[in-house]
Design a protein around this ligand. Structure first.
Ligand code: AMP
Length: 467
C-alpha cells in the first residue's frame, strides 16, 4: 500500500488526510480499512500510536457519507465506545479533523460534565457519537438516547474497558444495538476475556494485528534506578533538575501518590500537573493542555488516567512506582518514542518492587540496564537521542503531533507491512475468533526476538501480585 488513494476513500476524506500531511497509511490502516469499507467486522490488535483511530474513523466517515442518510432524533449512526473521557475527546477530535470536508455531526458523551447539555445535543440526533460506557448507560436509562439506529459500533481499547470494569455496561449496551450492524473491535492486548467478548459482539471478523516496528522499539532507552522509597522523591527532583529533561510523564501507582509527587515537585520549584481519576474534568483538561502546550513540562499520572493521552514528544517516562501488572510497563513506556522520536524510560525500584521488575523483564524478555544514582549530584539526566521532530503546534490544535517526516519516520509509517505482525485473516463462517495476534507479541518495546512469543498474554492475575 503506497498511498491513501489506493484505499478508495471518498475525495473529501483524502483532502482531509492531505491537510493532515498523512501520506501513507500505517500498517493497521492498510490492513483494516479495505475490510472495514467492505462492511466486515474487525478484530484489531493494535496499541495507541499505531494509527488505529484513523483505521476505524476513515471507513466510518466514508460509509456514513455513502449512505447519505441523516440521523433520527435521539439516535446516532456510529457509536464509538472508549474507556476514558480523554480518549473519547481525542477520538472525537480525530473524527472532526478527518471529516472536516464533510457535513457529519459528531458529539461526545462522558461523565464528569453536566448531563443536560449532552441530552440537548442528542435530541437532534448525531452521525457519530463517542462515549464512555457509564454515561452512555445514563442516557439510555433517561431515554435521552436510543441505540436502535446504530449502523457501526466501535469498541476502542477493549482491554482497558475490561480492566476498568465496564464489561457489564458493554453487554447491556450491546443488547439494545441492532443485530444487523458492523462492529470494529480494537484492543492492545488479547487476553481470554477479550477474545470472549469479541466473540459475543463480532460476526465473522477479519483479524488484523500490528506491532510497532523494531526501530521504534530500539529508540526507547530503558533504565532502572534502585532506590529506597524514602529517597524516590529526592532522586526525582535531582533527575528533573538536571539538564536535558524535556516533556516528562511520571507514573505513580495511586492517585494519592500522583498528588504527593506533583506537590513535592511544585514545592521544589518544578511546575508539575497531576492527572488521575479523582480530578475533575476541568482539572484534567487544564493539566493536559499545559502539558501539550509545553507550559508544564512534567505531568504525573496514574495508569488509567494516562491511557489514551496522545501527546507526542514525550522525551522521558519515569516510573516513580513500578506497575504491579507487567503489561502496564509496556503501555507506560510506549508514551515516549512515539512516531519515530526517541525517548528514555527510567524506572525507580525499591526493595519491595523487585518482583515487579523481574515480571517486567520476563515479559519484555530483556534485562533493563541499571543506572547508579549515587552519581555525583549534577550528573546529567540521560538525554534522548536527537529528536527528529521539533515541537510545533499541531494543525488540529490538539497537540504538537506531526506527521512523520524524514527517513526514520517514513520507515515507521511505511505501509508495506514492516510493522505488521500478522496480516488480515478471515474467520471461517461460524468459527469463533481465537485471541488475535497469538504469537504476534504486539508489545511495544521488546527486542525483535520478543516479538516471536506471545509474552503479553501472560497477564498477571489479580491477586497473584507479588506484593
Ligand atoms: P493513534 O494510534 O490513532 O493514536 O495515532 C497515533 C498518531 O499517528 C496520531 O498522532 C495520528 O495523528 C498519527 N497518524 C495516524 N495515521 C497516520 C498516517 N497515516 N500518517 C502519519 N501520521 C499518522
Amino acid at each position: 500500500m503506497t498511498d491513501f488513494a489506493e484505499l478508495n476513500l471518498a475525495a473529501p476524506i483524502l483532502r482531509a488526510l492531505a491537510d493532515e500531511k498523512y501520506t501513507v497509511p500505517t500498517p493497521i490502516q492498510a490492513q483494516a480499512i479495505p475490510h472495514a469499507l467492505a462492511g466486515r467486522d474487525i478484530l484489531g490488535l493494535a496499541q495507541t500510536g499505531t494509527g488505529k483511530t484513523a483505521a476505524f474513523a476513515l471507513p466510518i466517515l466514508h460509509r456514513l457519507a455513502d449512505a447519505g442518510r441523516r440521523p433520527d432524533p435521539k439516535t446516532c449512526r456510529a457509536l464509538i465506545l472508549s474507556p476514558t473521557r480523554e480518549l473519547a475527546s481525542q477520538i472525537a477530535e480525530s473524527f472532526r479533523a478527518y471529516g472536516r470536508h464533510q457535513h457529519m455531526s459528531i458529539a461526545t458523551v462522558f461523565g464528569g460534565v453536566s448531563f443536560r447539555p449532552q441530552a440537548e445535543r442528542l435530541k437532534r440526533g448525531v452521525d457519530i457519537l463517542v462515549a464512555t460506557p457509564g454515561r452512555l448507560i445514563d442516557h439510555l436509562d433517561q431515554g435521552t438516547l436510543i441505540l436502535d439506529k446504530v449502523e457501526i459500533l466501535v469498541l476502542d481499547e477493549a482491554d482497558q474497558m475490561l480492566d476498568m470494569g465496564f464489561v457489564h455496561a458493554i453487554r447491556r449496551i450491546a443488547k439494545v444495538l441492532p443485530k444487523k450492524r458492523q462492529s470494529l473491535f480494537f484492543s492492545a492486548t488479547m487476553p481470554r476475556a477479550i477474545g470472549q467478548l469479541a466473540g459475543e459482539l463480532l460476526h465473522e471478523p477479519v483479524e488484523v494485528a500490528v506491532t510497532p516496528v523494531a526501530s521504534t522499539v530500539k529508540k526507547i532507552d530503558q533504565q532502572v534506578i534502585f532506590v529506597e522509597t524514602a529517597r524516590k522523591r529526592h532522586v526525582l527532583v535531582e533527575l528533573l533538575r538536571e539538564e536535558g529533561s524535556g516533556r516528562t510523564l511520571i507514573f505513580t501507582r495511586t492517585k494519592h501518590g500522583a498528588n504527593h509527587v506533583a506537590e513535592h515537585l511544585e514545592a521544589n520549584g518544578i511546575p508539575a500537573g497531576a492527572i488521575h481519576g479523582n480530578k475533575s474534568q476541568g482539572q484534567r483538561e487544564r493539566a493536559l493542555a499545559g502539558f501539550r502546550d509545553g507550559s508544564v513540562k512534567v505531568l504525573v499520572a496514574t495508569d488509567i488516567a494516562a491511557r489514551g493521552i496522545d501527546v507526542d514528544d514525550v522525551t522521558h517516562v519515569i516510573n516513580f512506582d513500578l506497575p504491579n501488572v507487567a503489561e502496564s510497563y509496556v503501555h507506560r513506556i510506549g508514551r515516549t518514542a512515539r512516531a519515530g522520536a526517541s525517548g528514555i524510560a527510567i524506572s525507580f525500584c525499591d526493595g519491595e518492587e523487585r518482583p515487579f521488575l523481574r515480571a517486567i523483564e520476563s515479559l519484555i524478555r530483556e534485562k533493563i540496564a541499571t543506572t547508579d544514582r549515587r552519581l555525583p549530584p549534577g550528573s546529567p539526566m540521560p538525554r534522548p537521542a536527537v529528536s527528529e521532530r521539533p515541537a510545533q503546534p499541531h494543525p488540529k490544535g490538539r497537540s504538537n503531533r506531526q506527521p512523520p517526516r524524514g527517513p526514520g519516520k517514513s520507515a515507521e509509517f511505511r505501509g508495506d507491512g514492516a510493522g505488521a505482525a500478522a496480516g488480515p485473516r478471515a474467520h471461517a463462517p461460524g468459527k469463533r475468533p481465537q485471541p488475535a495476534g497469538r504469537g504476534a507479541a504486539p508489545h511495544a518495546n521488546g527486542p525483535a526476538a520478543a516479538a516471536q512469543k506471545p509474552a503479553r498474554f501472560n497477564r498477571q492475575k489479580p491477586g497473584s501480585s507479588p506484593r
